[in-house]
Ligand binder design. Structure first.
Ligand code: HAM
Length: 421
C-alpha cells in the first residue's frame, strides 16, 4: 500500500469545497480592490530565495526543497510566492505596461517543516502583492482586504498584530542596540550564529520566547514614524482593530516598515498564524530591478479551513446533486453518458456511479445522497430510447423518451416536495 509522503496530504470533500469557497471569496474581494490574478511557476532558481526570503531564515536554512535538475541547475520548490512575483515584475517589465501592478495568486507552497496540525510540507496560500506604491494607504488596503476575506468566510475571532521594522537607516541603529542587548541573554545554538549576521532573526526564535519580552523596541526615523502613524489612523478610521506588537519581526528577511500577522483567536493563547505580510521596499532592487516600493500578504488556506471548522462556519456551499443516474449493462452505460451530459448542459447536477453494477447498490447510493429523482436506464430502455424516472419522495415512477427527459426533470425539481406516506 502506498501512503502520502510525510507532511503532504489529500484534501477531500468537504474540505476541498471549503477551500474553493475561500478561493472564491478571496477572488471577489481582490476584484473589488482591483487586484489582478497572476500565476507563477512552482519551481524557481534556488538562488532567488537566498537573495529574497533570506539566507539566515528558517525557510532557506532548513526548509527548502532544493534539487538539481537533469542539467545540473540548482532549483527549489517555491516556499512562498513573493520572490516569484517580484522576479516576474522585473522580467516582464510590468512597471512599463501602464496597468495597475496589484496582483493576487493562489497556489501551493512547499516548506520541509516538522509536520503537525496546521503545518504541512505542501500547503495552499492566497497571496496579494501591491507593487509600486509607497503610501501607507496601500498598507491599510491590504490589511482591510485580509480582514474582509476573514469575515466573509465566517472567521471572527482573530487578532491583527502589527509592527514597523523601519527603513535601512532605522535598522542600522537598531542592529547595534539589539546585538548589545541580546548578547547578554542565553541564546540557542542557532541564534548564537545568527546574532551578528541578522539579530532580528534572533527575536523570531521559537524557543523560550519569554526571554525576549524586554527587548528594546526599534526607534523609527521621522519618515517611518509618520508612515506607521498614518497606517494606524487609517485602520482605526476603517474600524479595523489591531494590536501593536513590537516583537513581531516575521520569519522572512525582506521586510521594511510595516509588518503584520493574523493570529487565530480560538487557539487558547497559542499563536497560530493564519496569514501575514508586510512592506518590502528593497526587494525588487535587491534582485536587479529599479528601486520599487511594495507590500503584500500571504494567507494560509489550510489553516483557514481548520479555523472554519473550529468555529463551525457554514457559509460554504457544497454542490448537492438532486438527480441520480443509474444504469444497468454496457449499452445503458454508453447511452447514459449522453443523457448525463445533456442534463449537465441544462444546469442539472447529476450524480452517478458508473463503477457499480447492481441496481440495488446504485439505489443505495442514491438514497444516501438524498437525491430527489433517480433515472434508471437498462438494456431495454437503452434500445428503445427511453428512461425510467423515479420520484424518490413519492416512490412513483414513469417511463419517458430521452427527448422529453430534460423538461420533465426540470418540472419535477420545481414541483413542491410530496411527503412520503
Ligand atoms: P508567511 O508568513 O511565511 O508569509 O506565510 C503566510 C501564511 O502561510 C502563514 O501565516 C500560514 O497561514 C501559511 N503557512 C506558512 N507555512 C505553512 C505551513 N507549513 N503549513 C500550512 N500553512 C503555512 C509569506 O509567505 C509571505 N510571502 C507573505 C507576504 C506576501 N509578504 C509580503 N507579501
Amino acid at each position: 500500500m502506498h501512503t502520502t509522503v510525510r507532511g503532504f496530504k489529500d484534501i477531500l470533500p468537504p474540505d476541498s469545497y471549503k477551500m474553493s469557497f475561500v478561493e472564491n471569496v478571496a477572488k471577489e474581494v481582490f476584484e473589488r480592490f482591483n487586484y489582478k490574478e497572476i500565476r507563477i511557476p512552482t519551481v524557481e532558481y534556488y538562488d532567488l530565495f537566498i537573495k529574497t526570503t533570506g539566507e539566515t531564515t528558517d525557510i532557506v536554512e532548513k526548509e527548502m526543497y532544493k534539487f538539481e535538475d537533469q542539467s545540473k541547475r540548482v532549483l527549489a520548490l517555491r516556499p512562498e510566492g513573493t520572490p516569484g512575483v517580484a522576479r516576474t515584475y522585473i522580467n516582464n517589465k510590468l512597471n512599463l505596461k501602464g496597468e495597475n501592478t496589484k496582483y493576487f495568486y493562489i497556489g501551493n507552497m512547499f516548506r520541509a517543516e516538522r509536520p503537525q496540525a496546521g503545518r504541512y510540507r505542501e500547503f495552499e496560500q492566497i497571496g496579494a502583492e501591491c507593487i509600486g506604491v509607497s503610501s501607507p494607504y496601500a498598507d491599510a488596503e491590504v490589511i482591510i482586504m485580509l480582514d474582509m476575506i476573514l469575515k466573509k468566510i465566517g472567521i471572527r475571532s482573530y487578532s491583527i498584530e502589527i509592527n514597523s521594522l523601519g527603513c535601512n537607516e532605522c535598522r542600522k541603529k537598531y542592529r547595534e542596540i539589539l546585538i548589545n542587548y541580546l548578547k547578554n541573554l542565553y541564546l540557542c545554538d542557532i541564534c548564537k550564529t545568527r546574532l551578528e549576521r541578522n539579530p532580528l532573526r534572533v527575536i523570531d526564535c521559537k524557543t523560550d520566547r519569554d526571554k525576549f519580552k524586554d527587548v528594546p523596541s526599534i526607534e523609527l526615523c521621522n519618515d517611518c514614524r509618520k508612515h506607521y502613524e498614518t497606517l494606524k489612523n487609517v485602520l482605526t478610521q476603517s474600524n479595523i482593530s489591531f494590536n501593536e506588537n513590537p516583537l513581531l519581526v516575521r520569519g522572512l528577511d525582506y521586510y521594511t516598515k510595516t509588518v503584520f500577522e493574523i493570529w487565530s483567536g480560538s487557539n487558547e493563547g497559542k499563536k497560530n498564524s493564519l496569514g501575514g505580510g508586510g512592506r518590502y521596499d528593497n526587494l525588487i532592487e535587491m534582485i536587479g530591478g529599479e528601486k520599487t516600493p511594495a507590500i503584500g500578504f500571504g494567507l494560509g488556506m489550510d489553516r483557514l479551513v481548520i479555523e472554519m471548522k473550529k468555529v463551525n462556519a457554514k457559509l460554504y456551499k457544497e454542490p448537492k446533486p438532486r438527480v441520480f443516474l443509474a444504469q444497468l449493462g454496457e449499452l445503458a452505460k454508453k447511452k447514459s453518458l449522453k443523457i448525463f451530459s445533456e442534463l449537465e448542459k441544462n444546469g442539472i447536477l447529476v450524480a452517478e456511479s458508473f463503477g457499480r453494477g447492481s441496481l440495488k447498490s446504485q439505489m443505495r447510493i442514491a438514497d444516501k445522497l438524498g437525491v430527489e429523482i433517480t433515472l434508471i436506464i437498462g438494456q431495454k430502455e437503452a434500445l428503445d430510447g427511453t428512461i425510467i424516472v423515479r420520484d424518490m419522495m413519492s416512490g412513483t415512477q414513469e417511463i419517458v423518451t430521452w427527448e422529453k427527459l430534460v423538461s420533465l426533470v426540470k418540472k419535477m425539481l420545481k414541483a413542491p416536495i410530496v411527503i412520503k406516506k
